[in-house]
Ligand binder design. Structure first.
Ligand code: ZN
Length: 132
């Protein structure tokens, strides 16, 4: 079974906590021991795991990424969103999380985030839970 859900982003750069959506798909899958692949099928967005307790961590990540990859640096890509493509490749399109006792194994402060770099857009997340 492949799980899918939609994420509607509201800003150009945004980290959205999708941990609850992933947990619901893991529960539905009935897999008790295995892995969960969280995949982003977009070229200007990504998936990352980081701290979800202090919202300043999200904004610091986005601020620093924008310093490393500024929006307009004379990129050639005619769509004008090369910064978003580059950030997407830095962050990556997927994460794999261990499933133990039917639950995602995440650290106390860890959350799974959908990373938007060219919003607002209607996005999709693909999830595959594999039992061992
Ligand atoms: Zn583009």
């Amino acid at each position: 079974m492949v799980g899918k859900f939609k994420v509607n982003t509201s800003k150009r750069n945004e980290l959205i906590d999708i941990t609850n959506d992933i947990n619901a798909i893991v529960k539905e899958s009935d897999v008790k021991e295995g892995f969960c692949l969280v995949y982003c099928p977009h070229t200007t967005a990504g998936i990352t795991i980081n701290e979800g307790a202090d919202p300043d961590v999200k904004s610091d990540i986005l601020m620093q990424l924008s310093k490393v990859v500024p929006e307009d640096k004379g990129f050639k890509h005619s769509e004008g969103n090369s910064d978003a493509h580059i950030k997407s490749s830095i962050i990556g399109a997927s994460e794999i999380v261990v499933v133990n006792d039917g639950k995602l194994v995440l650290g106390t402060w860890q959350k799974i985030f959908f990373a938007e770099f060219d919003g607002p857009r209607n996005r999709k997340v693909v999830v595959k839970v594999i039992g061992d």
